[in-house]
Design a protein around this ligand. Sequence first.
Ligand SMILES: Nc1nc2c(c(=O)[nH]1)N[C@H]1C(S)=C(S)[C@@H](COP(=O)(O)OP(=O)(O)OC[C@H]3O[C@@H](n4cnc5c(=O)[nH]c(N)nc54)[C@H](O)[C@@H]3O)O[C@H]1N2
Ligand SMILES: Nc1nc2c(c(=O)[nH]1)N[C@H]1C(S)=C(S)[C@@H](COP(=O)(O)OP(=O)(O)OC[C@H]3O[C@@H](n4cnc5c(=O)[nH]c(N)nc54)[C@H](O)[C@@H]3O)O[C@H]1N2
Ligand SMILES: [Mo]
Length: 783
Amino acid sequence: MLIHPKARFRPYKNASGGWGSAFSVMTILGRERAIARSTGALLKLNKHAGVGCVSCAWAKPGNPHAMEFCENGAKATAWELTTLQAGPEFFAAHTVSELRNWPDFDLEQKGRLTEPLRYDAVTDKYLPTTWPTAYEQIGGQLRGMDPDSVVFYASGRASLETSFTWQMLARAYGTNNLPDSSNMCHESTSVGLQASIGVPVGTVTLDDFEQTDCLIFFGQNVGSNSPRMLHPLQEARKRGVPIITFNPLRERGSERFVNPQSPVEMITPKATAISTQYHQVAIGGDSAALLGITKALLELDDTELAEGRPSVLDHDFIAQHTEGLDDYLACVRRHQWPTLEQRSGLSRGALEAVAKVYARSERVILVYGMGLTQHRHGVQNVQMVVNLALLRGNIGKPGAGLCPVRGHSNVQGQRTVGISEDPSKVPAGRFAELFGVKVPEKKGLATVDACKGMLDGSVRGFISLGGNFIRAVPDTSRMEPAWQNLHLNVQIATKLNRSHLLPGAHSWLLPCLGRIEIDRQNGVAQAHSTEDSTGCIHGWWGHAEPAGEHLRSETAIITGIAQATLAPNPQLDWQAWSQDYSLIRSAIAASLPDAFHDMNRRMWDKGGFHRPIAACQRQWNTPSKKAQFFTPLTLAEDDDVLVGGLRRDVLQLMTIRSNDQFNTTIYGYEDRFRGVSGTRSVVFMNRSDIFRLGFEPGQWLQLTTAIEPEVVRSVGPLQILAYDIPQGCCAAYYPECNALVPLWHHAEKSKVPASKSVPVTLKRVERGEGQVACEMPSAGLVA
Ligand SMILES: Nc1nc2c(c(=O)[nH]1)N[C@H]1C(S)=C(S)[C@@H](COP(=O)(O)OP(=O)(O)OC[C@H]3O[C@@H](n4cnc5c(=O)[nH]c(N)nc54)[C@H](O)[C@@H]3O)O[C@H]1N2
Ligand SMILES: Nc1nc2c(c(=O)[nH]1)N[C@H]1C(S)=C(S)[C@@H](COP(=O)(O)OP(=O)(O)OC[C@H]3O[C@@H](n4cnc5c(=O)[nH]c(N)nc54)[C@H](O)[C@@H]3O)O[C@H]1N2
Ligand SMILES: [Mo]
């Protein structure tokens, strides 16, 4: 096990990017012993017909930089191409109960899985098995189960080909139980944008960034989570484009950036200031802030009209393209400034300053991330952003639009090719006609409902295409015992994680190739494809030799399970699909011709090909055929406990990512930009809250969820860090704090867990001096 450095906090004075980034990349390449294996792949990352980065989903430019990757892309590459291995000897040496006590970091740090394994309850170990045996036994289990009791989970990394095959397997087997990591992520976008503008995805492309004259960010941490996006932002800033950021934390990447690939910037101390206005909105305060901006915009409009100047609202656009303005404006007028200031945590002056910039900009891009979607009112937050865009016609014109920044590298694409619990999202008629697969009519389970099914025992089987479900979902302490009651648990994975260590009655761990590895079928290298955050589809090749001879591709594993489970189907040749992925692409193209016609050719176009997004053409696929202004019922119903409200001992907790992690994969204990080093066991608090509540920085706290008093959800000990965060708010790391999030505490309509707004109380606990706080905090639940 790695010896962790001593916990340390020292404010980070540098920009994001720069030498800090370069050192961080070299450290992980060295530690993973992956320098030789990764270098070639890194040079091809995100380039035309090159290697698709397995980190984030940010757009891949047609004219890439010499090195079109970022610190986190390099880390993700090193993580996948590590030469460390967790082979059968490793599993022979450790029981599953023992491994369960290891931190997430140590588990994945053991390296790549190399052989198919089956859990043996007698020895409490994973024992080697063979592929044919595994398929046959899994198929046998599946044949004996009710399809409605089996869940097919996908994490957003799998390619379009794999994802299409995956959903076909679930449907041919007889279920729409297809939860996806996006159910915990941008599902608020899919629901909110669909209702407001008739498409479930954003409306901008990279070209828009070159033409925009203003960018506004809500709750998206660009410097850590989509760092390549800093390049277009830096260029925009050089053109004098204002960038306004709403975030409770002053995230370094949103403040200033040094391009680590620019020799001049690296040797001169010249960072680009990214945000021209930075508003530290209270957690959950964005809807109020957006209402306030609109109120200020209306006041500005009154002045302009009174002085004989044109309106600041785009009345032509509003009349021709939208519906519901009057109701919305009445709601805006009804809300008084003191309420909006209190709920947003921002002053009227600050929101007026935003309105001024917005009113004088012709082409505005509105960017957002988990800071908006992972709230009780996540869908409303998204729709309020749309409202702001509609007021000035900022959708469907060059340089303007909505930019939800997706997480996993193909999470948007997975949904496009049919991974959804909702059968109306797939072309059922074509599936029946082309492949003889009848899509079940019954709606399936998404993530939260799949969890409920585990708790009530109706979900008996779980098959996972990547990801770390049990660590990513909320309510850890209730979910983990339920997960162990599963009858069947099959995990297709590259690295060992906690979801593998709570086995059910029959459990397999099936090691697969990563996307950066060469995937040969019958000796012929296979390409694959992904869709990025801007709806652009690209073809990629694997680059490195596989980590082991026993690994199979994800597609091969899925088709292997399909053949062992399903009766032969003359219209669907799984074997042929597994041997030649171009046949899967042809099947995608035939199923979804509008988006994917000629996919096999077009995915190699320089810069990829864009699938048509109706809203970009100002065609609104809503019931009324207009874009909808959305009127919030109230701003207060957002929170189970009001921020700064009646209970002064309650703080609003957001669960955040460090710069040194990718979701549940912990690369290390350095959150460089936030100045935290050697630990993840911290709670970021406002200094006045610390003293008001009778604590001192450096003390240890136990956090307890302050809703549903009959269930105790508690995590700790976490060490207090005095930090620049609004009063009434606090922050701590995901996934360690997931035990605090009640399963039912999710966004209305989208059911995205409200991981960014959990009311908590804090209690002082003892902790030995000088101890290294690197373990997983112990989570406890008393029912
Ligand atoms: N390096 C790295 N890259 C990643 C990932 C990773 O874990 N590591 N994960 C990938 C995935 S799957 C996803 S979904 C994305 C996630 O990327 P983001 O969408 O950036 O998600 P988070 O980092 O969870 O949170 C974003 C920001 O929201 C702010 N925030 C919290 N609450 C509020 C609020 O109420 N209002 C506002 N305005 N802001 C708020 C937080 O301070 C934080 O800076 O990144 C992807 N890329
Ligand atoms: N409290 C809280 N909870 C959250 C969030 C939050 O902000 N706060 N964020 C949510 C979000 S946005 C998301 S997207 C989810 C993430 O949920 P998931 O997508 O389920 O989790 P990951 O951590 O991305 O999965 C990591 C695992 O994927 C496997 N893996 C990696 N590469 C491959 C591959 O190529 N193929 C296969 N088959 N397996 C692979 C490895 O075994 C690795 O351990 O978590 C959600 N949960
Ligand atoms: Mo995500």
